[in-house]
Ligand binder design. Structure first.
Ligand code: MN
Length: 358
């Protein structure tokens, strides 16, 4: 297991590489070129400069996140071929710098979704990301976008880039005529276009699940259960077609048995990377994010780490969204303190599991 930390890059992330390096057991980052629009090529020079900068700080940079798939690919528009070519070029450029895994998602338009980015946790006065489907009742997708954009403390958020949301209404109208089956066909077309380049360059592509793990606003979401991922892996059978198993996204639905899913895909060697965080299920389509500690949420983090140890012990892991604690002001979900605590806790579980196995 390699413990890593999401980092948005110099100028975009208020957290420094030096701070990340000081978290015990931290080996590297999961990086992103934060200013890139979906569909744009990440040039070799840009990738090289980013990776070298991370390495100069004594950290590895083997996982890159949010190489976003252009909406035209997901919608199956004729313009998709150009964007698939661009994607392949980015894959090649990243591979040349030593990157091993690229995390992406195939969520239609809205990416991850919350109804509150700073809901106070009554027990301790901290706050975290929160979702209650009942609050969506009166909201349009446009309301949600505006709300989210207002609550980010001035930071960009992955998946909420203004450029891709500018034509939101037009995009939503197109999706009205796209079925789940169409979406799967578009996904397969994308994989057929990109996986051969991944195989050639040794990059593993890891698909992040829908967050939350159910359909929203009637959009065709196809990546939120074990069955969904079995189908996606069968669309293109390759060791490079893998899952980014995000325990918090999948864990928003109590029907998903996370340790069982880790074992299932881990034993197939189809987990490219993991996001490991806890979530507190509060009712039907209703949850908030919790500290990583098992007893603070609904997921058994010991069982999760044990499943990793037993089925995919070499995978990349990072703590995911943290609460805002100790008066930190930062990007919602991506503060330093609670994610650092999360990493230490997961490392502690790992040490105990490992030693207990001797
Ligand atoms: Mn995640």
């Amino acid at each position: 297991m390699k413990m890593t930390f999401r980092w948005y890059g110099e100028g975009s992330d208020p957290i420094s590489l030096r701070q990340i390096k000081q978290i015990p057991g931290m080996t590297g980052i999961m990086g992103v070129l934060d200013d890139k629009a979906a569909g744009e090529v990440w040039s070799y020079d840009e990738c090289r400069a980013y990776v070298d900068h991370v390495r100069d700080a004594g950290l590895e940079c083997e996982v890159i996140e949010s190489v976003n798939v252009h909406e035209d690919i997901k919608m199956g528009l004729p313009t998709r071929d150009r964007y698939i070519q661009n994607y392949c070029e980015t894959v090649r450029n990243l591979a040349k710098t030593g990157v091993k895994v690229i995390i992406y998602n195939f969520m239609p338009v809205l990416d991850w979704l919350r109804t509150d980015l700073a809901r106070e946790i009554p027990e301790d006065g901290s706050n975290s990301l929160y979702f209650d489907e009942k609050d969506l009742g009166s909201m349009t997708p446009m309301d949600i976008v505006n709300n989210t954009a207002k609550s980010t403390n001035g930071f960009s958020l992955p998946g909420w880039e203004p450029a891709r949301l500018a034509e939101l209404q037009k995009t939503l109208d197109i999706y009205r005529n796209i079925s789940t089956e169409d979406m799967l066909k578009n996904f397969q077309y994308f994989l057929k276009g990109v996986i051969p380049t991944c195989e050639e360059t040794g990059i593993r592509l890891a698909c992040h699940p829908d967050d939350p793990a159910w359909p929203i606003f009637g959009l065709p979401r196809i990546t939120h259960s074990q069955e969904d991922y079995d189908r996606i892996l069968s669309l293109y059978d390759s060791p490079c077609n893998t899952v980014c198993l995000c325990t918090g996204s999948l864990g928003s639905d109590p029907a998903n048995n996370i340790p069982a899913m880790i074992r299932h895909f881990g034993k197939m060697d189809r987990i490219g990377a993991m996001h490991v965080r806890n979530v507190k299920q509060l009712g039907y389509h209703h949850f908030r994010e919790a500290s990583h500690l098992s007893s603070d949420g609904s997921l058994d983090m010991y069982e999760i780490m044990k499943a990793v140890y037993e089925s995919c012990p070499d995978t990349y892991i990072r703590p995911d969204h943290g609460r805002m604690i100790w008066d930190e002001k930062g990007r919602p979900g991506y503060g330093l303190y609670d994610r650092a605590l999360g990493a230490c806790y997961l490392n502690g579980l790992w040490e105990a599991i490992r030693k207990n196995d001797r």
